[in-house]
Design a protein around this ligand. Structure first.
Ligand SMILES: NC(=O)c1ccc[n+]([C@@H]2O[C@H](COP(=O)([O-])OP(=O)(O)OC[C@H]3O[C@@H](n4cnc5c(N)ncnc54)[C@H](OP(=O)(O)O)[C@@H]3O)[C@@H](O)[C@H]2O)c1
Length: 270
């Protein structure tokens, strides 16, 4: 692996990646180069993490083989325009911007010989529990993809897929945290409606969600099997389960994910 790694944009997502990279020992802090035009934010990143901060992107492109593009999608065009003279075929460019296809970067850089990997991360990356999918253009090798996967595994779990699968990923794991937050909100309100004080309802609802996910992952059992284990004949769980089935809970969740996937496809065409 190259000895320095770069970030264009030192915001929330870059910070999560940098934390994961430093905590895992993948790179030393002073081998991480960050371009961040916002002085206050740049100082925060250099003071907090010991990374090297720059106001413009030249030192990053000059010193780092692997460069993450971690700016908002709406300013990506400007970043590409200002980078195109600095980019070479040696660079591995990894973008985490939501929604922009790889062809956008090839057009923006006015060349199609660069190695570009597009990543769809999600917000739990901010607590190093993200779910990311990545896909590379035809210039990227298997080693490039594995290198990117290794870095993303430091902020959660990553999978390598074709770019055509990224709309499905956006609908499932990209927007997914919002569905879980809605479910958590409903569980908390349900606890309050049943008479529990809010802090108690929050503690019990969130720990129930966390513990259930941990049990699912560690037991490697199918969700239906674990559900059957807590559903006793004539008991409380089956009474609740009946209501969920009658209102089409699973179908609603599947429809919601499908709507997000379709919207991602529509946005990709714009
Ligand atoms: N946050 C998430 O949960 C999440 C999830 C999935 C994907 N993403 C993607 O991750 C990317 C970064 O998101 P974020 O939440 O980290 O955004 P963010 O916190 O706003 O970070 C972007 C940073 O880039 C800086 N910047 C602006 N112009 C720049 C330039 N020309 N060169 C270098 N840096 C520049 C911004 O400074 P200013 O504030 O001064 O503009 C800001 O500090 C986005 O493309 C987003 O789509 C984010």
């Amino acid at each position: 692996m190259d000895s320095q790694i770069g970030f264009i944009g030192g915001g929330q997502m870059a910070e999560a990646l940098i934390r994961g990279i430093i905590e895992s020992g993948l790179y030393k802090a002073d081998a991480i180069f960050v371009t961040e035009p916002n002085r206050k934010r740049r100082d925060f990143m250099t003071d907090t993490y010991g990374v090297q901060g720059f106001a413009d992107s030249t030192p990053v492109w000059d010193s780092c083989e692997t460069v993450f593009l971690a700016v908002k999608p709406q300013i990506m065009g400007a970043v590409l325009a200002s980078s195109k003279e600095l980019v070479s075929t040696e660079h591995l460019i990894i973008t985490i911007a939501a929604g922009l296809p790889i062809s956008f970067y090839e057009k923006g850089l006015e060349r199609d010989d660069c190695k570009i990997i597009r990543v769809m991360p999600n917000t739990p990356a901010l607590v190093l529990e993200g779910a990311s999918a990545l896909s590379g253009n035809s210039n990227t090798s298997k080693d490039d993809l594995l290198r990117c996967e290794e870095i993303l595994n430091k902020i959660g779990k990553a999978v390598i897929l074709d770019e055509s699968a990224l709309d499905a990923v956006t609908g499932l794991s990209g927007s997914g945290p919002a569905y879980v937050f809605t479910f958590a909100d409903a569980m908390i309100d349900a606890g309050i409606k049943a008479g529990l004080p809010r802090p108690t309802a929050e503690t019990l609802a969130l720990q129930t969600i966390l513990g259930s996910v941990k049990l699912l992952m560690e037991s490697k059992k199918h969700p239906a099997e674990l559900r059957a284990m807590v559903t006793s004949p004539g008991g409380t769980t089956i009474a609740a389960q009946h209501v969920l089935e009658r209102s089409g809970f699973k179908g609603i969740v599947m429809d919601a994910v499908e709507a997000a996937v379709n919207r991602s496809k529509e946005l990709g065409k714009i």
